[in-house]
Structure formats: structure tokens, C-alpha cells
Write a protein that binds this ligand. Structure first.
Ligand SMILES: Nc1ncnc2c1ncn2[C@@H]1O[C@H](COP(=O)(O)OP(=O)(O)OP(=O)(O)O)[C@@H](O)[C@H]1O
Length: 558
């Protein structure tokens, strides 16, 4: 992921790196200039071709410009990286098969979109510091080599010793940071429970306490502890590096210095360069951990996006597929399986044999957990069948055809989501048509459609479901699916739904699949199919008996 981002921004990155390196070089030149000014006498200053004051001023201005350019460019790169990462993860989420999306889970996705992406972007803020400071440290060492090669070799030895210690501690620190990232993914799930379960938590003191202290609290604490361990190790290695630095200065000044000629000049040069080098070295030691944090975050994003393969879903966001015509839709021996990790067992749907035709209203009934919603997801192509096949107008839907296939359907799931805007392509009269439907569902005084958006969504759950019904009407797809739509409607609207809306959809030639428990209205179905433990019951077994997987044919209204 990091190398991908760096590749994507190669031009800007090279310019920013160049500016950082130049600013490091100018810093070293500046210190050399100061040292010359401090240690040279008036005669040699007069001999010099360039006025030292002007040279100093020129270098200082060049340094300022390079610093400004490098920081501004890297800041820009950081924001661009953040935007690219977020778009990339969002794209993966939008394009991955739905079952895969469910397996990854929204908590990890949230974590990737926020915290991990931020940590990667921080890298770009740290990079100029690291580059500039590396050049300063290397430049200062070079300058030291010019002053005294013995001291230079000694300095290299000390830096080598520091690097080994630093590296060993880092490996351990990264291990802690990786554990902290995994815990943080779980923490995002708890944050979601904190907001989604706001009502339940307020109603139950004990539940709230256990959740806050043991679940959320322990997770927050876990992230804190692991991050603290990791970062403390970084601090230890940073302090170790600083100690070595001062030990080195002490040894050079008080042990290695000796009493040679020009000793004061050499000593002044050493002291000046050392003191000048301390801050960049500290900057390096502080910013290197950020690179590691960014690496850990990037590898988490890699893991998450790798688990969301793209491919057959790709067309979803890159092109608009024509809604195919519907003459007949058939499921042949279709199966789908859920694996439950905790209990190590499976829920098996099917084999299912079922067909649908336009202008037909099919009711799907069955007990809780019998697999109705799962079957609806299979019918609409959210779960392409693991076994068996789906035939659209007599032709098998192939792996690359699912995205086009899904465009047949408009669904109101029981856990539906209402987007703020009506996202289907704007068309003539969309607002008027929407407002007509709102009036039909007695919502005209609460909400209106204006410029392709609902004026409010602050409505009751039942009212919001009516809005979702309006949306699916407006989408005008050939096949509509309602998952327990009427469950939270009052009797008046149940009546409107079953006795007006469904017959109207039938008249319009739509195929309709209605998941329902409203046995009062079962007689209105053209066909009733019943699921039990993932299997369709044969029509003659509707009053009980053994489930089998057979084609379910029309049941005459009783
Ligand atoms: N995303 C999922 N991952 C794993 N198992 C699931 C998932 N969704 C549903 N299941 C399992 O599949 C079975 C059928 O669930 P499904 O939601 O299809 O039933 P349903 O008939 O619609 O139930 P209800 O009437 O309560 O809505 C359940 O036992 C459930 O545990």
C-alpha cells in the first residue's frame, strides 16, 4: 500500500524529497559558515572572495525557501494520500461481493477509513523531517571527518552501536503496535454498539455498566496499554540514542581531544557541530517510529482490502448497466451456506428450486431463522449461489453477469437504508411522481421530494419504511422484493400495502416477492412458498410434515 501511494505520487514526491535534501544541505553549509566565522581571523576573512555575511544571508534564505517548499509539498502529499486511501478502501467496499463485505465487518472497515488511513498520512508529515535531518546528520559527520578522521570513525562506531540497539527494541515495539491495531478494529465495533445501542444502554444500568467497564472499557484500555508499551519502547530506544550522542560528545571533548596545535579551533568546531546535530538526531529518532506506525497501519489496510477482492462486482461503480428485461427467472438446485465460527456449524439454504414471472406476486413465509432473508438475498444476486444455477430468461447467469442481473431488483430489506438523496438518475418529473406516491402513503404533510431528495428523514420507523417503498417504486425495476415491509405498519397501511400497492405492482407487470408473517393476507398471493430450516416445503406439505426441496407451484387462494 505504501509503495502504491509513493508510486502514485512519484513526481510530487521527488520534488518534495529534493527540497528536503537541499534544506538539509543548506543547514550543514550554514553551520560550516558559522564555524568559519567563529574560528577564522580578520585577515583571512578579508582574503575571502565572497563576503561571509552575504554568503550566510544567501544560505539562510535558500534554507528557508527549501524548508517551506518541502513542508508544503509533503503536507499536500499527506492530504492526497489520505484522500486516495479513503477512496481506495471505499471503492473496495463498494465493489466487493456482499458476502465478503459481511465477513470483513463494518468495524474493521471503519477503522481502515479513519485511524489507519490517518496513520499512513502522518508518514508524509514525518518524511521531510526524516530526509532533512538525515542529510544534516550525514553532512555534519562529513564535516567532522574533515576536521578529524579519527573522531569521525569513532562517531561511526557509536552510531552503529546505537542502530543495533534501536533496531532490536523496534522489532518488539512493532509487535505491540500490531496487536494494538487489531484491538482497535474490535474497539470500532464497540463504538458502533455504543451509538446503535444508545437506547438500550440508557434503559438498563447493569447492562450499561458491564458494557462500559468490561467490554468498551477493556478494549479502550487494551489499545492504550499496547500502544503505550509500543511507544514506550520507542522512547527507550530514543533515549538510548540520545545518551549515546552525549556520551560521544563527552568522550570526544574530554578524552580524545588531546593537546595538538589549533586545538581550540578544532574543539570549537566539534562543539558547534555536535550541538547543532543533537536536534536533527532527536528529530530522526522521534519520527522513525511514525514510519513504523504508518507501516503497521498500511499493512492493516492491505489485509482488509485483500479480503475484499474486486472483479465481477467492478462494473457496479464504474459503468451503468442497462436493466435487463425479465420474462422468467428460475433458481435450480440453488444452495447457500453460512458458517458460524463460534459454534462451528453451518446454516444451509437449499437446494432451492423456484421460479418467478412478471405480473406475479409470490409470498415467502416461514419461521424466524428459516432462511427467508437469505433466500431473498440469493434471489436478488447479493449471494451468487454456491451450488446450482440461476437462469434469467432461460440463460444461466455467469460469474461476470451478476452485476447486470442485480439491476433487475428493487428491494426494501427489513434493515433497509435510506440515502439522503434519491440516487437513481435524475429524470423528468421525479419530484412530482415521488410526491404523488407520498400522498398515496399519507406522508405528504410530513415530507416532500424536492430536487431529488426527501425534505426530511426525521420520521417514525414505519413512516421511513413508507419512504423506502416510495424509493423502490421510483426505481421502476422489473422485480420488487419486500422483506417484512408491513411488519411495522398500522392496520390501515397494511391494508393499503396488500390490497392496493401489491395489486397495482401486479398490474404494472412487476414480479413481486413479499416476505411476510401476515397470514390474514396470504390469500392475496398468486403463490405462497414456505421455508423451514432452509428448505422449501412442497405445496401439499404446507400444513406441516417433512421439508423437501421441490419446485413450488402456485397455490390457489383459499
Ligand atoms: N450474515 C450472516 N452470517 C452468518 N449467518 C447468518 C447471517 N445471516 C443469517 N444467518 C443465519 O442464517 C439463518 C437464516 O437467517 P435469515 O435471516 O435468512 O432468516 P429469516 O427467515 O429471514 O429470519 P427472520 O424471520 O427472523 O427475519 C439464521 O440461522 C442465521 O443464524
Amino acid at each position: 500500500m505504501l509503495s502504491y501511494l509513493i508510486r502514485r505520487t512519484r513526481g510530487l514526491m521527488t520534488a518534495a524529497a529534493l527540497a528536503s535534501i537541499l534544506s538539509g544541505l543548506f543547514s550543514v553549509l550554514l553551520i560550516a559558515q558559522i564555524n568559519v566565522a567563529l574560528t577564522s581571523d580578520a585577515a583571512s576573512r578579508a582574503d575571502s572572495h565572497v563576503n561571509p555575511a552575504w554568503a550566510f544571508a544567501g544560505i539562510a534564505v535558500a534554507l528557508m525557501v527549501c524548508r517551506m517548499v518541502s513542508t508544503a509539498l509533503f503536507e499536500r502529499l499527506g492530504q492526497r494520500a489520505l484522500a486516495e486511501l479513503r477512496s481506495f478502501v471505499a471503492q473496495c467496499v463498494a465493489e466487493t461481493p456482499f458476502a465478503q463485505f459481511e465477513r470483513v465487518g463494518s468495524a474493521r472497515i471503519q477503522s481502515a477509513l479513519t485511524e489507519h488511513s490517518n496513520n499512513v498520512a502522518v508518514l508524509f508529515v514525518s518524511l521531510p523531517v526524516i530526509l532533512t535531518n538525515t542529510v544534516i546528520v550525514v553532512g555534519c559527520l562529513g564535516y567532522l571527518a574533515m576536521l578529524s578522521w579519527q573522531v569521525f570513525l569513532f562517531a561511526l562506531g557509536v552510531i552503529g552501536l546505537g542502530a543495533v540497539g534501536y533496531h532490536l527494541v523496534h522489532l518488539r515495539a512493532i509487535h505491540y503496535l500490531q496487536d494494538a491495531s487489531s484491538e482497535q478494529d474490535r474497539l470500532f465495533g464497540h463504538f458502533r454498539a455504543l451509538t446503535d445501542g444508545a437506547k438500550e444502554l440508557r434503559l438498563h444500568q447493569r447492562k450499561s455498566r458491564v458494557f462500559m467497564d468490561q467490554i468498551l472499557g477493556e478494549s479502550v484500555e487494551g489499545v492504550r496499554r499496547l500502544r503505550t508499551y509500543g511507544m514506550s519502547l520507542f522512547v527507550i530506544s530514543t533515549s538510548w540514542g540520545q545518551f549515546l550522542m552525549y556520551a560521544f560528545i563527552g568522550l570526544v571533548l574530554f578524552v580524545l581531544a588531546g593537546d595538538g596545535p589549533n586545538q581550540t579551533q578544532v574543539m570549537t568546531g566539534f562543539a558547534l557541530v555536535f550541538v547543532f546535530m543533537v536536534t536533527p538526531l532527536e528529530g530522526l529518532l522521534i519520527n522513525i517510529p511514525r514510519i513504523n506506525m504508518a507501516r503497521v497501519a498500511a499493512s492493516r489496510i492491505d489485509d482488509i482490502t485483500r479480503e475484499m477482492p474486486q472483479g465481477q462486482e467492478r462494473q457496479a461503480t464504474t459503468q451503468t448497466t442497462q436493466v435487463p428485461a425479465l420474462q422468467r427467472l428460475e433458481l435450480r438446485d440453488v444452495t447457500h451456506q453460512y458458517y458460524h465460527e463460534q459454534s462451528d456449524d453451518f446454516f444451509e439454504l437449499g437446494p432451492i428450486n423456484l421460479s418467478f414471472t412478471p405480473g406475479e406476486v409470490v409470498f415467502l413465509v416461514g419461521g424466524n431463522g428459516s432462511g427467508k432473508t437469505t433466500l431473498a438475498k440469493v434471489v436478488v444476486g447479493l449471494y451468487p449461489p454456491e451450488g446450482g444455477e440461476v437462469l434469467l430468461n432461460g440463460e444461466r447467469v455467469e460469474a461476470d453477469g451478476w452485476d447486470a442481473y442485480r439491476q433487475l431488483f428493487s428491494v426494501v430489506f427489513s434493515d433497509f437504508h435510506l440515502f439522503e438523496r434519491l440516487l437513481e438518475a435524475p429524470r423528468e418529473g421525479l419530484d412530482e411522481e415521488g410526491n404523488r406516491l407520498l400522498a398515496k402513503l399519507h406522508l405528504q404533510h410530513k415530507v416532500r421530494v424536492e430536487n431529488g431528495a426527501f425534505t426530511t428523514q426525521a420520521l417514525s420507523q414505519g413512516q421511513r419504511k413508507r419512504l423506502a417503498l416510495v424509493v423502490s417504486y421510483l426505481e421502476d425495476r422489473p422485480f420488487l422484493v419486500f422483506d417484512e415491509w408491513a411488519a411495522d405498519q398500522d392496520p390501515l397501511f397494511k391494508e393499503v400495502f396488500y390490497c392496493e400497492v401489491l395489486p397495482e405492482l401486479k398490474r404494472m407487470g412487476k414480479a413481486v416477492l413479499v416476505i411476510t408473517h401476515d397470514d390474514r393476507y396470504f390469500h392475496l398471493a398468486d403463490r405462497l412458498v414456505r421455508l423451514e430450516s432452509g428448505k422449501l416445503l412442497a405445496p401439499e406439505q404446507l400444513d406441516g410434515e417433512q421439508p423437501t426441496s421441490v419446485e413450488v407451484e402456485a397455490i390457489e387462494p383459499s
